[in-house]
Structure formats: C-alpha cells, structure tokens
Design a protein around this ligand. Structure first.
Ligand SMILES: [Zn+2]
Length: 123
C-alpha cells in the first residue's frame, strides 16, 4: 500500500475516502479535499491525530506497552529519591506533554518520564 503524502502525483486516482462519512466522491479544491455528500473539508496531507512519533534516546520508536530502561539517574522533583540508571519500566503509556511517558516505576509508583531519558529494551 502506498503511503499518503507520497502519492501527490496520482492525486486524482488516489483520493482518500471522506474521513467523516467514507464517501468516495471527494474532490480536491486547492490543498483541501471536499466531500459532496456531507460537506466535510479536510487536508489530505495533514497527519492524523495519533501520528505523533515517540522516540527514545537512541531513536527507537516507542509504543504503548513497551519496556524501557532509564539511561541516567533521574531525580524526582520535590523529593530526594532518585530513579537509578538501568531501572526497568514495563508497560509504558505514551502521552502528550513535556513528560511524554506515563508509567509505573517499581518502588516509585505512577511517574511521568521523558522519552529522551529512556531506552527501549526487548524482553
Ligand atoms: Zn463526507
């Protein structure tokens, strides 16, 4: 399957269906696609809401449920506790924000980590 965004040359043959009503009669007006059936307008090049990529310190793509290790000692705000380098964290959840990993760290509980301070590991 071709990736949307690399098919601009064949735009007339590869217009995607309307994301609102799945009509296949969408037509292009300037940079936007228009749906004649429900009136929806959208930009075919715009990434979907969930298209943000989360990457760890070495560029691996992170996914919900991954296991990571902490690559440096992380001091917890407002306490003297430190999450030690090498701490393994299972079942991460990716969220929007400055601390983009929501996870449960053994001995610390629910904590937000930054993806640049972890490395994905395969179990
Ligand atoms: Zn539509």
């Amino acid at each position: 399957m071709q990736t949307l965004g690399y098919t601009l040359k064949n735009m007339t043959e590869s217009l995607p269906p309307c994301p609102a009503c799945s009509s296949t009669y969408a037509y292009q007006v300037d940079a936007l696609l228009n749906c004649p059936e429900c009136g929806h307008e959208w930009s075919p090049g715009a990434p979907a809401d969930d298209a943000r990529e989360f990457r760890d310190s070495v560029g691996n793509i992170l996914l919900d449920g991954d296991t990571v290790t902490v690559i440096k000692d992380l001091k917890l705000k407002g306490s003297s506790s430190v999450i030690k380098v090498g701490t393994k964290v299972r079942g991460i959840r990716l969220v929007d924000g400055d601390h983009d990993i929501d996870c449960k760290v053994p001995g610390f509980g629910q904590i937000g980590l930054k993806s640049q301070f972890v490395k994905k590991v395969s179990e």
